[in-house]
Write a protein that binds this ligand. Structure first.
Ligand SMILES: [Zn+2]
Length: 236
């Protein structure tokens, strides 16, 4: 019988592998995502002397056995730490991914989700779903339901985001998906668009007021409001 590992158990697998290699501890956050295809990613955040790794796995890997996940952990950790990964783990990885059943999972995911590649919330640098869940947690008690999140060719030089209420879509300008743009700026644009979901627009003397006084007041609650605003103004 194949034992299926959940995120917590996977985090243990990754911590153990890391400890085996470096004889040190590090923190791991492992999550499954609905990628189009069997994919895996790793990201590292270092703060002071502490290392925190973020692993994103295609949910197509859910049914894979622990031996596979141990091998993948070795491969991903080696990759980001720039060390050579032992061949034995690469073999295990390839063995599982090349199985006909895996090939089928991969093709199924690609077929059913292929369209989502171009609408993917994950950009080259930033992932809009991360921004959304962060802002949702900090400012909205986590109560907002996830809209469709898209990087777009937005919009005007002064506008970096847009909320489309009829399709429940938040667009964020691709200009912001860049190493030169700080995370708190992307988060701010996301927060602004999320306020549109919450506040809606009001009618005032026949004109729709989108950024009401109430809206502007809430917007200022953003922790780095002034810095974010100044950055966007310069960019525009
Ligand atoms: Zn707005």
């Amino acid at each position: 019988m194949v034992v299926v590992l959940n995120s917590d158990e996977l985090e243990l697998v990754y911590s153990r592998v890391y400890h085996d290699i470096f004889n040190k501890n590090a923190e791991f956050v492992v999550k499954y995502y609905s990628y189009a295809g069997l994919k895996s990613r790793i990201k590292l955040e270092s703060r002071f002397m502490k290392k925190k790794f973020f692993i994103k796995l295609s949910d197509g890997f859910v049914d894979f056995p622990e031996t596979f996940h141990v091998a993948l952990a070795h491969i991903l950790i080696s990759k980001i730490m720039r060390r050579e990964c032992p061949l034995s783990y690469k073999r295990i990885y390839r063995k599982w991914v090349n199985l006909e059943s895996s090939e089928n999972i991969h093709m199924d995911l690609k077929r059913s989700r292929g369209h989502s590649i171009k609408d993917c919330p994950e950009g080259k640098v930033y992932d809009l779903s991360d921004s959304f869940s962060r802002m949702n947690k900090y400012y909205f008690d986590g109560v907002l339901s996830v809209p469709v999140l898209k990087w777009g060719n937005v919009i005007t030089s002064r506008k970096f985001g847009h909320y489309d209420p009829s399709n429940h879509v938040i667009h964020v300008s691709k200009t912001l998906d860049s190493e030169n743009v700080p995370l708190f700026v992307v988060d701010f644009v996301m927060y602004h668009e999320m306020l549109h979901i919450v506040v809606g627009s009001k009618k005032k003397r026949c004109n729709r007021v989108v950024h009401s006084a109430e809206f502007r007041g809430l917007e200022k609650k953003y922790e780095s409001f002034d810095e974010a605003k100044a950055f966007l103004e310069k960019l525009g």
